[in-house]
Design a protein. Structure first.
Ligand code: PRT
Ligand code: ZN
Length: 283
């Protein structure tokens, strides 16, 4: 039995549960419970605030956790990052009031910066040789310059809307982040095997996201050209049609490229292009 720590509520909660669901793992959903078991996988879920997840995993109270990479870097507990999960994407950036002239990181020499991520910021300034006073605050970091608490801020940015609303300009991206799967150091063999099964399910789910399955009929003399347009992961499936002289190609393509590829296939004489959603891509 493996215990995984997930954010109890907030930005990563729903996406983390969705990833488990898509990986075929059923969890009893009862938001008031701290711990719930899976009915079909040897795992239980411990719901925590995201700030507490790295420490809980590091000391082995939970074996695994899903948390923002930013929290892992900030807390600096000893945990193993097993996998980047590609949701909860954001960046940690320095921002200053937009009317200021900003010429580079030296701007921050002798200045004050407000943040909830003092650890990451301290390392960044140290590496750049900049001496800056870091003011740690728990929330509403973006209002600090306007109330005179700091000259600039260091905070999570996603769309950039919050910075714009507060008259701030993003001047340095210090790190990129997404949700990561972390593990306690030294899991025993049984737990490691469950973790590996889980990781391989996550990999399949993540691979199938943004992919479509395409079926297309092409005249045999155009097969080579069609295969240039839709190369597949290994090799596309090629099947003869009852109508001699034609074949069907099946392949997996990125969703963003479907229309472009369909247009190009039509131009070389392909017909009956069918595009299907990818449920799973298990490799
Ligand atoms: O209650 P708990 O402590 O568990 O949650 P929390 O409030 O500390 O965290 P939460 O749920 O806000 O965020 C959890 C994780 O989501 C973060 O640690 C990041 O890894 C990730 N994430 C992704 C974000 C954002 N995007 C995000 N936009 N976390 C916070 N924000 C905030 C940011 O602080 C700023 O106030 O959104 C604002 C900026 O957004 P834009 O779109 O206006 O740029
Ligand atoms: Zn938090």
């Amino acid at each position: 039995m493996l215990r995984i720590a997930l954010q109890s509520k907030g930005r990563l909660n729903e996406k983390s549960l969705e990833l488990l669901r898509e990986s075929g793992i059923s969890i009893e959903e009862n938001s008031r419970r701290l711990l719930s078991k899976s009915s079909n996988f040897p795992m239980e879920v411990l719901y925590l605030r995201d700030d507490d997840i790295p420490q809980t995993v590091s000391c082995g109270i939970a074996d695994l956790g899903i948390v923002g990479f930013n929290e892992v870097m900030e807390r600096n507990y000893s945990v193993e990052v097993l996998k980047h999960l590609e949701f909860g994407k954001c960046r940690l950036s320095l921002a200053v009031p937009k009317y200021l002239d900003y010429a580079g990181p030296e701007f921050f020499n002798g200045k004050k910066v407000a943040t909830s991520y003092p650890g990451i910021l301290k390392s960044y300034f140290k590496e750049k040789g900049i001496s800056c006073e870091i003011r740690e605050i728990a929330g509403s970091v973006e209002i600090s310059p306007s109330i005179g608490l700091a000259d600039g801020i260091f905070d999570i940015v996603s769309s950039g809307g919050t910075l714009v609303q507060n008259g701030l300009a993003e001047v340095e991206v210090v790190m990129e982040s997404d949700a990561v799967l972390i593990a306690a150091p030294g899991l025993d063999e049984e737990k490691r095997q469950i973790a590996e099964t889980l990781m391989s399910r996550f990999t399949s789910v993540l691979r199938s996201r943004g992919k479509k399955y395409i079926l297309v009929n092409v005249p045999n003399e155009k097969i080579d050209e069609a295969l240039q347009i839709i190369p597949s992961m290994k090799s596309p499936t090629l099947l003869p049609l009852a109508d001699k002289g034609w074949s069907a190609i099946h392949a997996v393509v990125d969703e963003s490229e479907v229309w472009d590829k369909a247009d190009r296939l039509k131009k070389i004489g392909a017909e009956d292009i069918v595009v299907l959603s990818m449920e799973k891509l298990i490799i």
